[in-house]
Design a protein around this ligand. Sequence first.
Ligand code: ZN
Ligand code: ZN
Ligand code: ZN
Length: 547
Amino acid sequence: IVTIIAMVVPEVQHEERSASQLMQVHRGTRLSLHSDNKSYELGSCVEDMLEQYGAQQFEFWKQKTLSDPGDSCACDNILLRLQDSFSSRSSSLKLDIRLEQEAYEIIVDPEQKQIEIRAISALGIFNGLQTMFQLVAEHTGAVFSSYIFDFPHHEWRGLHLDVGRHFQTVDFVKKYIDLMALHKYNRFHWHLTEDQGWRIEMQQFPELCDIAAFRDVRVESKHQKNQIEHEYYCEKCANPKKRFQGNYGGFYTQEEIKDVIQYAKVRHIEVIPEIDLPGHCLAVLTAYPELGCTGGPYRVACSWGIFDDVLCPAKEETFEFVEKCLDELCSLFPSKYFHIGGDECRKTRWKVCPGCQDTIKRLGIEDEEALQCYFITRVAKLLYEKFDKILVGWDEILEGNLPSSDHVVVMAWRDWDYAVKAAAKGLKVIGCPISHCYFDFIQTNEDNEPGAFWSKIVLDLERVYSYTPVEGIQPELLLGGQANVWTEYMPCSHAVEYMTFPRACVLAERLWKQEGTKPFAQYLGQLNQHCSNVLDPLDVSYCKKGL
Ligand SMILES: [Zn+2]
Ligand SMILES: [Zn+2]
Ligand SMILES: [Zn+2]
């Protein structure tokens, strides 16, 4: 007798299994759309998805993990079926109406020799497919006769990537998006600008590519002698920055950005761009020194940290620059949300800048924090009124008593306290506290363990597994959560994979299903299986230390 436990990451909400009947998904199993639904309004949407994503992915998993049909009960067909509502079997399970679009059912039926994935939308079908891929990837396709009904707990399930500190290729970004889809993440937060580099082609500001997208690595290595030891050492790439011969950097063309957005869209992932303002702007200032309080000269940052030089909010040119950038970017990125950073903006320059001090007096506001609030509020108004976007910002945007607004969302990163503060004002929040969600943090206490160490937090898998939103936030104000991948110590894509996985697998659990059904020690065995069944075939350089 072989005991088979379906190991889907994230774990499904509800599964009923009939005792011992197994069915074999094999190389000959077909994936098709139910014929009754061709006329259904969403039929073409599912067909497109099947064509552009599903069939291709299914072929991949078949080749990687499945055998020819054997003597056991063979599955002829995996059928995708759109329906108007969920079956009576699932009606006793409570389902938030907001999340119904994401829900799906899987019916494994050995008598009919088929598996059916049912949902009321293309999105639900897509989520069902992700579960299906994981099911066929394990136990070489042996699937129990079962009924699955699954839906997410949180609507916003995000994964972030900082391409400012270290640039990542379009190919890698696509791989990252594929891995997100497989774990049912639905928001890709693309952190596109930093002190160390601006990473998007801008038609109105060519200097952002010519000047702000590159930094001098010779200076960098001098500055970072004491930090380089925390960098991930990649045996595959050895010294990945060497090939840049002094000038490290890069940027995405607008065509590449469109390509990535389309790639993500087919995978039901929304790309949220972040342009970090008014702090973390040294690269911008190097190209346009007139936007700073002192006028420069500045240099694209070659070390990590927080810098004194930020945009000057007293200058109208600053707002003109921001508006022109948003004009280009908002037509490029279709997402409803637009992230403007707002974090770690030092007030050193503002305190002594005559323009900034005059502005504080003119506006009749209290101090530099209120000046920051003026900046954020003005950008939020612009985003909402001119571009119809909702502003997302790090929790520092609360400083200076940010007023309540329907079109501002706060990302609580320093602590859950900031989420509570924001929610108390009626602002929507996304939880990504450093305590559980900062995947740049070290994963073990070992010497030479790569990663950030400033918080003293060792962010191991068990800690990620225990992610729990703080109590006291109204459910309608908590959009969800996400993990952040800051790349100071990740010089190549393998480093990003090492830091992100399998921690992202584990966080996906808590974003999809609020409470785990297993103690961590028991879960760990299954996570191990998942890594070898799902991450290995995809050549992910994940961290094996906690497994
Ligand atoms: Zn590498
Ligand atoms: Zn100023
Ligand atoms: Zn995983």
